[in-house]
Design a protein around this ligand. Structure first.
Ligand code: BMA
Length: 310
Protein backbone atom coordinates (compact mmCIF):
# COMPACT_ATOMS: atom_id res chain seq x y z
CA UNK A 1 0.00 0.00 0.00
CA UNK A 2 1.14 3.55 -0.78
CA UNK A 3 2.16 5.44 2.35
CA UNK A 4 -0.06 8.39 3.32
CA UNK A 5 2.96 10.63 3.59
CA UNK A 6 5.38 9.99 0.74
CA UNK A 7 8.85 10.67 2.05
CA UNK A 8 11.06 12.76 -0.23
CA UNK A 9 13.81 10.54 -1.66
CA UNK A 10 16.43 13.20 -0.84
CA UNK A 11 15.76 13.08 2.93
CA UNK A 12 17.20 14.32 5.16
CA UNK A 13 16.89 17.73 3.48
CA UNK A 14 18.93 19.64 6.04
CA UNK A 15 21.59 18.55 8.52
CA UNK A 16 24.15 20.22 10.75
CA UNK A 17 26.69 19.91 7.93
CA UNK A 18 24.65 22.44 5.91
CA UNK A 19 24.94 25.10 8.61
CA UNK A 20 27.81 27.61 8.31
CA UNK A 21 28.16 28.06 12.10
CA UNK A 22 28.72 25.42 14.79
CA UNK A 23 25.56 23.47 15.69
CA UNK A 24 24.97 19.80 16.48
CA UNK A 25 21.34 19.40 15.32
CA UNK A 26 18.90 20.87 12.77
CA UNK A 27 15.28 20.02 13.53
CA UNK A 28 11.70 20.98 14.44
CA UNK A 29 11.45 23.67 11.77
CA UNK A 30 8.62 25.96 10.74
CA UNK A 31 8.26 26.39 6.98
CA UNK A 32 6.16 28.97 5.15
CA UNK A 33 5.96 30.44 1.66
CA UNK A 34 6.98 34.07 1.35
CA UNK A 35 7.11 35.83 -2.01
CA UNK A 36 7.28 32.55 -3.95
CA UNK A 37 10.17 31.23 -1.81
CA UNK A 38 10.02 28.72 1.02
CA UNK A 39 11.46 29.98 4.28
CA UNK A 40 12.52 27.52 6.96
CA UNK A 41 13.09 28.52 10.59
CA UNK A 42 14.86 25.60 12.22
CA UNK A 43 15.89 24.78 15.74
CA UNK A 44 19.54 23.92 16.27
CA UNK A 45 21.44 22.83 19.38
CA UNK A 46 24.63 24.66 20.11
CA UNK A 47 27.43 22.73 21.76
CA UNK A 48 26.37 24.08 25.15
CA UNK A 49 23.17 22.01 24.78
CA UNK A 50 20.93 25.06 24.32
CA UNK A 51 18.99 25.91 21.19
CA UNK A 52 18.85 28.77 18.70
CA UNK A 53 16.73 29.33 15.59
CA UNK A 54 18.41 29.35 12.18
CA UNK A 55 16.94 30.34 8.82
CA UNK A 56 17.16 28.76 5.36
CA UNK A 57 15.66 29.58 1.93
CA UNK A 58 14.44 27.38 -0.89
CA UNK A 59 12.87 27.81 -4.31
CA UNK A 60 11.19 24.38 -4.34
CA UNK A 61 10.59 23.37 -0.72
CA UNK A 62 13.14 20.54 -0.92
CA UNK A 63 16.57 22.18 -1.38
CA UNK A 64 17.36 24.73 1.32
CA UNK A 65 20.33 27.10 1.72
CA UNK A 66 21.12 28.19 5.25
CA UNK A 67 21.85 31.87 5.76
CA UNK A 68 25.22 32.79 7.31
CA UNK A 69 23.75 33.91 10.64
CA UNK A 70 21.05 32.54 12.99
CA UNK A 71 17.61 34.18 12.87
CA UNK A 72 16.98 34.22 16.63
CA UNK A 73 19.33 33.64 19.54
CA UNK A 74 18.39 34.09 23.22
CA UNK A 75 17.71 37.77 23.95
CA UNK A 76 20.51 39.58 25.73
CA UNK A 77 18.48 42.28 27.48
CA UNK A 78 14.99 43.04 28.74
CA UNK A 79 12.32 40.63 29.93
CA UNK A 80 12.93 38.12 27.12
CA UNK A 81 16.52 37.60 28.29
CA UNK A 82 15.22 36.27 31.63
CA UNK A 83 12.96 33.67 30.01
CA UNK A 84 15.18 32.72 27.03
CA UNK A 85 18.30 32.09 29.08
CA UNK A 86 18.30 28.33 28.33
CA UNK A 87 17.44 28.77 24.66
CA UNK A 88 14.75 29.29 22.03
CA UNK A 89 13.10 26.22 20.51
CA UNK A 90 10.49 24.78 18.13
CA UNK A 91 9.24 27.82 16.17
CA UNK A 92 5.92 27.95 14.31
CA UNK A 93 5.08 30.63 11.75
CA UNK A 94 1.65 31.97 10.84
CA UNK A 95 0.85 34.73 8.35
CA UNK A 96 -1.93 37.04 9.52
CA UNK A 97 -2.54 39.95 7.14
CA UNK A 98 0.90 40.99 5.89
CA UNK A 99 2.75 39.97 9.05
CA UNK A 100 4.41 36.68 9.88
CA UNK A 101 4.01 35.76 13.55
CA UNK A 102 6.45 33.35 15.15
CA UNK A 103 5.51 31.43 18.29
CA UNK A 104 8.50 29.72 19.93
CA UNK A 105 9.43 28.05 23.19
CA UNK A 106 11.49 30.11 25.64
CA UNK A 107 13.42 27.98 28.15
CA UNK A 108 14.81 29.25 31.43
CA UNK A 109 15.23 28.18 35.04
CA UNK A 110 11.63 29.42 35.47
CA UNK A 111 10.21 26.81 33.09
CA UNK A 112 9.12 26.90 29.46
CA UNK A 113 6.91 29.68 28.08
CA UNK A 114 5.88 30.78 24.63
CA UNK A 115 7.28 33.91 23.03
CA UNK A 116 5.61 35.80 20.18
CA UNK A 117 7.79 37.54 17.60
CA UNK A 118 6.95 39.11 14.25
CA UNK A 119 8.57 39.87 10.93
CA UNK A 120 7.41 41.14 7.58
CA UNK A 121 10.46 40.15 5.54
CA UNK A 122 12.38 37.43 7.46
CA UNK A 123 15.30 39.84 7.74
CA UNK A 124 14.37 41.86 10.80
CA UNK A 125 12.51 40.18 13.66
CA UNK A 126 10.83 41.91 16.62
CA UNK A 127 9.83 40.27 19.85
CA UNK A 128 6.25 41.18 20.78
CA UNK A 129 5.36 39.51 24.09
CA UNK A 130 5.58 36.41 26.24
CA UNK A 131 2.13 34.98 25.71
CA UNK A 132 1.93 32.12 28.22
CA UNK A 133 3.01 31.40 31.73
CA UNK A 134 5.10 28.31 32.50
CA UNK A 135 4.65 25.47 31.56
CA UNK A 136 3.37 25.74 28.00
CA UNK A 137 4.83 24.52 24.72
CA UNK A 138 3.62 24.03 21.13
CA UNK A 139 1.47 27.10 20.44
CA UNK A 140 0.10 27.41 16.89
CA UNK A 141 -1.94 30.40 15.71
CA UNK A 142 -4.83 30.26 13.25
CA UNK A 143 -4.22 32.53 10.24
CA UNK A 144 -7.42 34.57 10.69
CA UNK A 145 -9.72 36.00 13.35
CA UNK A 146 -12.96 34.28 14.38
CA UNK A 147 -15.75 36.59 15.55
CA UNK A 148 -13.17 39.33 16.08
CA UNK A 149 -10.78 37.19 18.13
CA UNK A 150 -7.45 35.58 17.35
CA UNK A 151 -7.32 31.87 18.12
CA UNK A 152 -4.51 29.53 19.06
CA UNK A 153 -4.05 25.89 19.96
CA UNK A 154 -1.83 25.43 22.98
CA UNK A 155 -0.47 22.75 25.25
CA UNK A 156 -0.34 23.46 28.97
CA UNK A 157 0.84 20.67 31.23
CA UNK A 158 -0.53 19.62 34.60
CA UNK A 159 -0.14 16.44 36.66
CA UNK A 160 -3.87 15.76 36.68
CA UNK A 161 -4.38 16.34 32.94
CA UNK A 162 -1.06 15.68 31.27
CA UNK A 163 0.00 17.17 27.92
CA UNK A 164 -3.34 17.81 26.20
CA UNK A 165 -4.38 20.18 23.44
CA UNK A 166 -6.31 23.31 24.41
CA UNK A 167 -7.71 26.32 22.55
CA UNK A 168 -7.48 29.97 23.67
CA UNK A 169 -8.67 33.34 22.37
CA UNK A 170 -7.26 36.86 22.24
CA UNK A 171 -8.31 40.34 21.13
CA UNK A 172 -4.73 41.40 20.32
CA UNK A 173 -2.45 38.29 20.12
CA UNK A 174 -0.91 39.32 23.46
CA UNK A 175 -3.61 38.71 26.10
CA UNK A 176 -5.08 35.20 25.94
CA UNK A 177 -7.96 33.52 27.75
CA UNK A 178 -11.33 31.77 27.48
CA UNK A 179 -9.28 28.54 27.29
CA UNK A 180 -10.94 25.17 26.75
CA UNK A 181 -9.65 21.61 26.58
CA UNK A 182 -9.95 20.16 23.07
CA UNK A 183 -8.17 16.80 22.77
CA UNK A 184 -6.56 14.52 25.37
CA UNK A 185 -4.18 11.59 24.94
CA UNK A 186 -6.08 8.30 24.70
CA UNK A 187 -5.25 5.34 26.92
CA UNK A 188 -3.31 2.52 25.23
CA UNK A 189 -3.36 4.34 21.93
CA UNK A 190 -0.37 5.65 19.90
CA UNK A 191 -0.78 9.05 21.60
CA UNK A 192 -1.45 7.86 25.15
CA UNK A 193 1.36 9.80 26.83
CA UNK A 194 1.26 13.28 25.24
CA UNK A 195 -0.26 15.17 22.38
CA UNK A 196 0.62 18.66 21.17
CA UNK A 197 -0.11 21.01 18.29
CA UNK A 198 2.39 20.68 15.44
CA UNK A 199 2.04 22.58 12.16
CA UNK A 200 0.08 25.82 11.82
CA UNK A 201 -3.46 24.66 10.92
CA UNK A 202 -4.51 25.24 7.32
CA UNK A 203 -7.91 25.62 5.67
CA UNK A 204 -9.45 22.83 3.58
CA UNK A 205 -12.97 22.71 2.12
CA UNK A 206 -14.10 20.51 5.00
CA UNK A 207 -12.33 22.14 7.94
CA UNK A 208 -9.02 23.31 9.40
CA UNK A 209 -6.46 20.54 9.19
CA UNK A 210 -4.36 20.25 12.34
CA UNK A 211 -1.25 18.06 12.02
CA UNK A 212 -0.11 17.29 15.58
CA UNK A 213 2.27 15.01 17.43
CA UNK A 214 1.45 12.17 19.78
CA UNK A 215 3.74 10.22 22.07
CA UNK A 216 3.65 6.60 23.26
CA UNK A 217 5.84 5.39 26.15
CA UNK A 218 7.63 2.10 25.47
CA UNK A 219 10.19 0.03 27.40
CA UNK A 220 12.69 1.58 25.01
CA UNK A 221 11.65 5.19 25.65
CA UNK A 222 9.07 7.47 24.05
CA UNK A 223 8.02 7.21 20.36
CA UNK A 224 6.90 10.46 18.67
CA UNK A 225 4.47 10.15 15.77
CA UNK A 226 2.20 12.51 13.79
CA UNK A 227 -1.59 12.53 13.59
CA UNK A 228 -4.34 14.70 12.09
CA UNK A 229 -7.50 16.36 13.37
CA UNK A 230 -10.13 18.42 11.55
CA UNK A 231 -11.65 21.54 13.14
CA UNK A 232 -14.82 23.36 12.08
CA UNK A 233 -14.15 26.22 9.64
CA UNK A 234 -16.29 28.75 11.55
CA UNK A 235 -15.62 27.49 15.08
CA UNK A 236 -12.22 25.79 15.50
CA UNK A 237 -13.16 24.69 19.02
CA UNK A 238 -15.55 22.24 17.38
CA UNK A 239 -13.69 19.07 16.41
CA UNK A 240 -15.13 17.41 13.31
CA UNK A 241 -12.90 14.34 13.51
CA UNK A 242 -9.55 13.02 14.79
CA UNK A 243 -7.94 10.26 12.77
CA UNK A 244 -7.65 7.16 14.93
CA UNK A 245 -4.42 6.11 13.20
CA UNK A 246 -1.16 8.01 13.00
CA UNK A 247 -0.06 9.39 9.63
CA UNK A 248 3.71 9.14 10.15
CA UNK A 249 6.04 7.26 12.49
CA UNK A 250 9.85 7.03 12.75
CA UNK A 251 11.07 4.60 10.08
CA UNK A 252 14.10 6.00 8.29
CA UNK A 253 17.48 5.45 10.02
CA UNK A 254 17.82 9.21 10.75
CA UNK A 255 14.40 9.16 12.46
CA UNK A 256 15.18 6.09 14.57
CA UNK A 257 18.68 7.08 15.66
CA UNK A 258 20.07 10.48 16.57
CA UNK A 259 20.17 13.03 19.36
CA UNK A 260 16.80 11.64 20.58
CA UNK A 261 15.84 8.45 18.76
CA UNK A 262 12.39 7.41 17.52
CA UNK A 263 11.11 10.93 16.93
CA UNK A 264 9.23 12.55 14.08
CA UNK A 265 8.14 16.02 15.21
CA UNK A 266 6.48 18.68 13.05
CA UNK A 267 6.39 22.45 13.38
CA UNK A 268 5.25 23.24 9.83
CA UNK A 269 3.41 22.15 6.70
CA UNK A 270 2.85 23.97 3.40
CA UNK A 271 -0.42 23.32 1.55
CA UNK A 272 0.00 23.63 -2.22
CA UNK A 273 -2.46 24.58 -4.97
CA UNK A 274 -2.41 21.06 -6.45
CA UNK A 275 -4.14 19.47 -3.44
CA UNK A 276 -0.95 18.23 -1.79
CA UNK A 277 0.72 19.34 1.41
CA UNK A 278 4.43 19.32 2.15
CA UNK A 279 4.85 18.16 5.73
CA UNK A 280 8.18 18.98 7.39
CA UNK A 281 9.48 17.11 10.42
CA UNK A 282 12.54 16.80 12.56
CA UNK A 283 14.02 13.27 12.52
CA UNK A 284 15.39 12.07 15.89
CA UNK A 285 15.87 15.72 16.97
CA UNK A 286 18.83 15.76 14.56
CA UNK A 287 17.88 16.44 10.92
CA UNK A 288 15.07 17.93 8.83
CA UNK A 289 12.88 15.80 6.55
CA UNK A 290 9.95 16.44 4.22
CA UNK A 291 7.16 14.32 2.77
CA UNK A 292 4.15 14.96 0.56
CA UNK A 293 0.56 13.93 1.32
CA UNK A 294 -2.76 14.37 -0.45
CA UNK A 295 -4.80 16.79 1.64
CA UNK A 296 -8.07 15.01 0.81
CA UNK A 297 -6.71 11.69 2.12
CA UNK A 298 -5.81 13.29 5.44
CA UNK A 299 -9.25 14.91 5.67
CA UNK A 300 -10.95 11.59 4.97
CA UNK A 301 -8.95 9.87 7.69
CA UNK A 302 -10.41 12.36 10.16
CA UNK A 303 -13.94 11.85 8.86
CA UNK A 304 -14.03 8.09 8.39
CA UNK A 305 -12.34 6.61 11.41
CA UNK A 306 -12.40 9.17 14.16
CA UNK A 307 -11.47 8.72 17.79
CA UNK A 308 -13.19 10.67 20.55
CA UNK A 309 -11.41 13.86 21.71
CA UNK A 310 -11.39 12.83 25.41
C1 BMA B 1 9.67 17.30 23.22
C2 BMA B 1 10.31 18.60 22.78
C3 BMA B 1 10.60 18.56 21.30
C4 BMA B 1 11.40 17.32 20.94
C5 BMA B 1 10.73 16.08 21.52
C6 BMA B 1 11.53 14.81 21.30
O1 BMA B 1 9.41 17.27 24.59
O2 BMA B 1 11.49 18.81 23.51
O3 BMA B 1 11.32 19.72 20.96
O4 BMA B 1 11.50 17.19 19.55
O5 BMA B 1 10.53 16.24 22.90
O6 BMA B 1 12.76 14.90 21.97
Amino acid sequence: MQPLVKRYEGNPILTKNDVPYPVETVHNAAVIKHGGQYIMLFRAHRRNGRSIIGIADSADGFHFDVRPKPFMVPAQSGVFSIYEQFGVEDPRVCKIGDTYYITYSCYSKHGVRIGLARTSDFKKVDRVALITQADHRNVVLFPQKFDGRYVRLDRPHSEISPWSMWISYSPDLIHWGASQLLIKPETYHWDEMKIGPGATPFRTDQGWLNIYHGVFPTMNGAVYRLGVALHDLEDPARIIGIADEWILQPEDPWEITGYVGNVVFTCGAVPENDGTVKIYWGGADSVMCVGVAQIQELVEMCLQNSRSPY
